[in-house]
Design a protein around this ligand. Structure first.
Ligand code: SAH
Length: 348
């Protein structure tokens, strides 16, 4: 059965119209789902009994079952959830001084094939529905209810390529952003893409207030193509033109993510080349320590090299941050927890 979490407010109004119900019913349902966090239609006591029956016959609410949870010393928690079809997804909760941040998964597996990433070890099997993404937030929010805190920041940076599941991801954003629901501020929602140019163009035309982050990881085509096959389809020049269009039309700052991999993309020359590529854009670079993955040979840059890389960017007039690691002592790299789970399940 389909989860009702997949419906935007407008979508729900359309469903309700089929049952001869007024649009305000959708707001009532949103309030039960996203303000009171109920998990059954029977609890929606201000709805007519007949509508409760109709909804129960057609929809489920929570499509996830938690099968594992790892908590790191810094409080970062990684959840492994099972979906109704038996496939599994990972979601991460991070505690920051600005609040609780959740990193959601958008696809089962991923077909982008980035060499350094654990998610790509399992090719894409299917897209998640909007509701399956919303449910990751709601499951965790229900846990946070007990501590009287709320999810106030969301990053679409888990397994999967969001712009390869564009409609569902944008519906997901609309649902959690709705004032009638969780009301996560648009500027507290970040979508991260490996650089699918048609998706960036569509996103630019939508004039959304969500943040856009780009996984760059290399300053030139040769290196980027060797790390990220997507660069062969959408090389850096095309990516940069799309981003400039987006940034000018929307007056929005872009975040470039750059993982530092020892001896691969962390040289002085790489830093200078990166600075030249980005200088003048309304953007900054988020330098991220590489999370080592057992299955591949890439290693984390040492601290001195990372700091130097950061200095070079700053000296060349490019703003950057050097991110600290989260959840170091758990399987925190994208796809690591799930990859291990699948291995154990397959007895390997
Ligand atoms: N497909 C999207 C979102 C998912 S990946 C994208 O590419 O942006 C989220 C981020 O984690 C990306 O920047 C990705 O390159 C990065 N990443 C993947 N594996 C990593 C690892 N082992 N260590 C650190 N970052 C990693």
């Amino acid at each position: 059965m389909e989860t009702i979490y997949s419906y935007t407010l407008q979508g729900l109004e359309n469903v309700l119209a089929e049952y001869g119900q007024k649009p305000y019913r959708a707001k009532q349902i949103f309030s039960w789902l996203y303000r009171k966090h109920v998990l059954s239609f029977a609890e929606m006591t201000d709805l007519p009994a007949a509508l409760i029956d109709q909804l129960s016959e057609r929809f489920t609410i929570m499509p996830l079952r938690m099968i594992e949870k790892q908590v790191a010393k810094d409080g970062t928690a990684k959840y492994l959830f099972e979906l109704q079809d038996g496939s599994s997804v990972e979601t991460v909760l991070m505690h920051f001084n600005f609040g609780e941040s959740v990193c959601v998964t958008t696809q089962i597996g991923c077909s982008m094939g980035c060499r350094f990433c654990a998610s790509g070890l399992l090719k894409k099997q299917r897209d998640l529905s909007a509701g399956e993404i919303v449910a990751q937030i709601m499951y965790i929010q229900r846990e946070l209810d007990e501590q009287d805190t709320r999810v106030n920041n969301v990053v679409v940076m888990g397994t999967g390529e969001p712009f390869d599941n564009y409609d569902n991801v944008l519906d997901f954003c609309s649902i959690i952003n709705s004032d009638h629901g969780l009301a996560v501020g648009a500027r507290h929602i970040t979508i991260s893409t490996c650089g699918l140019v048609p998706g960036i163009d569509r996103f630019a035309e939508g004039h959304y207030q969500y943040n856009l982050a780009i996984s760059l990881h290399a300053p030139n085509n040769e290196l980027r193509s060797s790390l990220m096959p997507v660069n062969k389809a959408y090389p850096i020049e095309e990516l940069m033109s799309a981003l400039k269009r987006y940034s000018t039309d929307n007056h929005r700052k872009i975040t470039f993510e750059y993982i530092l991999i020892k001896g691969v993309n962390d040289s002085d020359r790489d830093a200078v080349e990166l600075a030249e590529l980005i200088r003048g854009m309304n953007a900054y670079v988020n330098l991220i320590p590489y999370n080592e993955v057992e299955e591949n040979p890439f290693r984390t840059s040492d601290e001195k090299t990372s700091l130097h890389f950061y200095d070079v960017l700053m000296k060349h007039g490019v703003k950057a941050t050097l991110r600290s690691k989260h959840g170091d002592d758990i399987d925190a790299a994208c796809g690591q927890l799930r990859a291990r789970h699948e291995r154990n399940r397959n007895g390997g």
